[in-house]
Design a protein around this ligand. Structure first.
Ligand code: ADP
Ligand code: MG
Length: 232
């Protein structure tokens, strides 16, 4: 494989993607209309736009949680929009980390266990597991809180645990859907700064949906959506 092929394969390509939701006897909803995008590796992207503009649908079509009605999504050379359900699940487990507005931690598990569970799911050897859990908690500044359960942590700390968990399997892409929606603006900025440093440390790509203008100072590139289309 030549150098240029290598470079070519480390991009996310969204080509003529539309997503129409057709609920019985209602008018169809055009969540995405003819989206074309090329996303580079190692970049922190923000997808912005009002509620209902299609941010979540676009992220889901890239991460394989959803499928375009038309068009294709290619991630690092793989045509992910053609995957069947099982292939998609396995691919996500290996390549994608998810962070959501509501953190999604397991309340009965400690911070440590919440991170470790992802490595168990991928059958990582126990010795290696321990090392990676500590490394990930350290990256988000929570090594000292390893034994705390989610309810013993602040919202910002809980989101940091969720970020550590999303990093556990060394994904190539982090998908963060409104990650600061439940946080105050100071804490939100701390999270944006953390994402920025993670892109540098881990060399991965972050795709973040947000309508927080404070994110602008931290991201590498902003993509604006309106009514399911990209606008300048
Ligand atoms: P955002 O994340 O920017 O708020 P979404 O991608 O969630 O936007 O939604 C885009 C549009 O698609 C909205 O009009 C929304 O109501 C619609 N939509 C999203 N998911 C579904 C679904 N599962 N069924 C029907 N309509 C949906
Ligand atoms: Mg959304």
């Amino acid at each position: 494989m030549s150098m240029s092929d290598n470079t070519q394969s480390k991009i996310i390509q969204v080509e003529q993607v539309s997503r129409v939701y057709q609920l019985q006897s209602f008018a169809p909803v055009h969540a995405l209309s003819d989206i074309n995008l090329t996303l580079q590796d190692g970049i922190f992207y923000a997808f912005k736009g009002r509620s209902g503009s299609g941010k979540t649908t676009l992220l889901n079509c890239i991460s394989t949680l959803d499928k375009p009605t038309e068009g294709t999504v290619t991630v690092f050379g793989e045509s992910v929009s053609q995957f069947d359900l099982e292939t998609a699940t396995n691919w996500r487990r290996l390549h994608v980390g998810f962070i959501f507005q509501t953190f999604g931690l397991t309340p009965t598990l400690s911070a440590y266990e919440n991170v470790e569970i992802m490595l168990r799911l991928n059958n990582v050897h126990p010795d290696e597991r321990h090392e990676r859990v500590v490394e990930c908690l350290d990256m988000v500044g929570l090594k000292q809180r390893a034994n705390h359960r989610p309810h013993e942590l602040s919202g910002g700390q809980q989101q940091r645990v969720a970020i550590a968990r999303s990093l556990a399997n060394k994904p190539s892409i982090l998908i963060a859907d409104e990650p600061t929606g439940e946080l105050d603006s100071k804490t939100a900025c701390d999270i944006f700064a953390l994402f920025k440093s993670i892109v540098q440390i881990e060399g991965l790509t972050i795709l973040m949906a947000t309508h927080d203008p404070l994110a602008d100072d931290y991201v590498d590139q902003i993509i604006n959506l309106k009514d399911g289309r990209i606008i300048e």
